[in-house]
Each structure stands twice: as C-alpha cells, then as structure tokens.
Design a protein around this ligand. Sequence first.
Ligand code: KG4
Ligand code: ZN
Length: 340
Amino acid sequence: MKEDVYILAIESSCDETAAAVVKNGREVLSNVISSQIDIHTLYGGVVPEIASRKHTERINQVIEQALEEAGMTLEEMTAIAVTYGPGLVGALLVGVAEAKAIAFATGKPLVGVHHIEGHIAANFIEHPELEPPFLCLVVSGGHTHLVRVKDYGVFEILGRTRDDAAGEAFDKVARAIGLGYPGGPKIDRKAKEGNPLAITFPRAKVADNAYDFSFSGLKSAVLNYLNHAKMMGEEVNDADLAASFQHAVVEVLVSHAMEGVKEYGADKLAIAGGVASNTALRARLEEECQKRGVAFYRPSPILCTDNAAMIGAAAYYEYEKGVRHGWDLNAIPNLKLGER
Ligand code: KG4
Ligand code: ZN
C-alpha cells in the first residue's frame, strides 16, 4: 500500500501569514491563517515593509499551531512546501527562508509552489471527485486568468488581464466610494442593497484576444461618474453604484468563462482566488453552468482567500511528480504559471 503523504505548507506571499498540514493532497488536517488586514486597513492597502515584518513576527507561531491542530510533529511530515511566487518579494522571502530552514534541519524534501497553482488546487480540497482536465477562472487581488488545467500542474492560460486585476478594481472602486480596504467583500455587501442595472458601465473588449480582460477602463468610468456627480452637485447612490460596477465585472468574467467552456467543450468549470468569494459571481456562474450541463466547482470562501491548505494541495501533486527544490530556492515576485 502506498504511504500517506503529509505536507507542511507555508504561505506568505501577501498579507496573510499561513501554515497548514495536508494529507495526500486533499485532506486538510489544519489550516491556520493569521491575517494582517487590521494593520494594512490603517493605510488603505498592503504596505510591503509592514507585511514582511509581521510575517517574521508570526510565522513560527503559525507553523507551531498548524502542527498542533493537526496533532502531528515536524518529524512526521513527508515534505515541506512553500509559496515562492508570485507576490511581494519581501513577504515571499520570509516563507521561503523559513521553509528552507525547516527542510534543512529535518532533512525533509522542499517543494516550492506557484501561488496561483495553489488557488486552483483549493478546488481539490472540498471536491474529491474533481480531476483535470477542467477550466478555471482565477480571480484575485493580483491576477485575472482564464486557465485550462490540462493535468495536475499543467496549465494553458487562455486569457489574462491587460491592466488591473478584478480584485484590484474592486479595491479601487471601494476606496473611491469610501468603503475602505479590502474593497471586494464590502462592495459585495453594499451591492445587495442596490440595483445592478441602475448605471450602465462599459464592458471592455480586448481586440486581439477575446479571452483577455481589461478593468482599468471600467474603474475610470466609475471614477468619472463620481466626479461628474460631484461637479453637478448630485447625490450618488452608493449601493446602486456598487451593484452596477459589480454587475459589469461579473458579466465580463462570466461571458469569457462561458466562451471558453464552449470553445473547448469543457464539462467542468472551477473558480479560484479572493474574488471567487463574490456572491454575485458565484450565483451567475452557477446559473450559466447549470444551463449548459457543466459541473461548477467553487471552494468555500475561507479557501478562496490566501491560505496554506491550498499550497499543500498543489504541493502534493508536484511532490508526486518528483518536484524537489534545492537550497537555492528563491522568492520570484513575477513567477509565471507553469514555470519551475
Ligand atoms: O486571492 P486573494 O486573497 O489575494 C491575492 O492573491 O490577491 O484575493 C484578494 C482580493 C482582494 O482584491 C479582495 O478585495 C477580493 O479578493 N475579494 C473580493 C471578495 N472577497 C475578497 N472581491 C469581490 N467580492 C468578494 N466577496
Ligand atoms: Zn492569492
């Protein structure tokens, strides 16, 4: 019988210090997340230097807690996994240095993981039946990708954003209407009180690749709308504005995903990343997938935002393929999906 694989996974690419223990890629034994949101909220966004310092302060405790909650020791781990890109270089470095130190001291193999591969793998945790190939819409604070997951760790990017990521657009619009950081969940909540058809915002088309996204024009349209109303002395209905903006983003994401489903004859669609928590996006995709007889997979919100369980899930498949990193593993802030 095959031996069980236990992975201690570490994630520190942005503003969450996280560690998890994952068994055989799909069973989460612990998933500890120490969020720094409170501190960064004071500045209206993530301050890289503060993020690195907080990771350094918290990482040991987060790892100890992950092992304790799993009821396991470091010696019982099969491998140590860590996000090594993309992300904030100083933040990534804290996790990478920690993982290397633990792997070296215990003599365990080290597996570096791509952050987005982790987000995609979050889908494996709660859906034991999900296996590649499938299509995945990755929507986070830094990325907006439509990806064909051809096999474990094998990706073809069909489309990507040319400018802002979807989450970034949510954060910027939220700031403009005074909702604060992080904007996504706040717009999501506000939009529930508003009319999504109250204001028509543009849906950007990118000429040479129908799968690419562009959100900066939409963000500017919202800012122009606000400025115009201010100049005219008109009151803006924040709920209608939030709902209409969200509607514009969701419609573009859904239409691109459905084009992909059609062109590639996909029978499975998954979503991943922080914006995958968005209730309107989840509802619309559910609806469109149902119409087409496509199985729709989405992680629970806690597994959509940055966490280490998803890194442990992705690492398992890399480990099984024989991927091992050396002591020269470095943080790569702009690491491309599918690169090693
Ligand atoms: O994946 P994630 O936690 O971090 C990155 O890797 O970027 O994504 C964070 C992003 C933020 O921009 C946040 O505003 C957005 O996800 N987000 C949401 C929602 N929850 C988080 N956007 C829209 N609706 C939500 N409910
Ligand atoms: Zn992320």
